[in-house]
Design a protein around this ligand. Sequence first.
Ligand code: ADP
Length: 186
Amino acid sequence: MAQETQEEKEGVTRVAIYPGSFDPITYGHIDIVERALEIFDKVILAIAHDISDGSKRSLFSVEERIEMAKSVFEHSPNLIVDSFKGLLVDYVDRTNARVILRGLRATSDFEYEFHMASMNRSLNTHLDTLFMMTSKDYFFVSSRSIKEVAGLGGAVEGLVPSIVARRLKEKFNLPLAKEKQMGWEY
Ligand code: ADP
């Protein structure tokens, strides 16, 4: 049997916080979580409330985003869904996590992420940001593009879980199946 490490003996748990808007959660996010759970004992998916000045408004309320994420991860006991308001570093400080987890899709993500990680590190030098590269299947998936496509009646199945595809249709008042809609119209 492998020898216990010092950390295991002391019962140390490796926790990562995965923050974001998750408006809504996509298979890109889920892929990052699943891979992170291979490295960390616990991952906290931390859903950001909208900033009260109205500068960034989400399509789904924080309660709706939490409900969708919880339903997706209901069989993953090591993934906890939570929400936070205000500064991320203050939220992370209230947990026993030291690592902020982020996903990187393209070089265009890099500049923003680099600034955020540097700012967070300057606000709290105990914290580090860990980046995971997107999987090739999801590099083009963003919550924003999913909302755009779904809002115009495009199919997003395969890019988001079925509960999310359903909620998007409800949000945009779209019928459940396009074929049926054509059947009614003609
Ligand atoms: P934000 O609102 O800050 O852009 P999101 O809620 O969209 O954040 O996403 C949270 C994190 O997940 C970000 O680090 C983002 O880069 C990452 N992410 C989003 N979509 C994907 C994807 N398809 N593959 C990998 N990472 C992703």
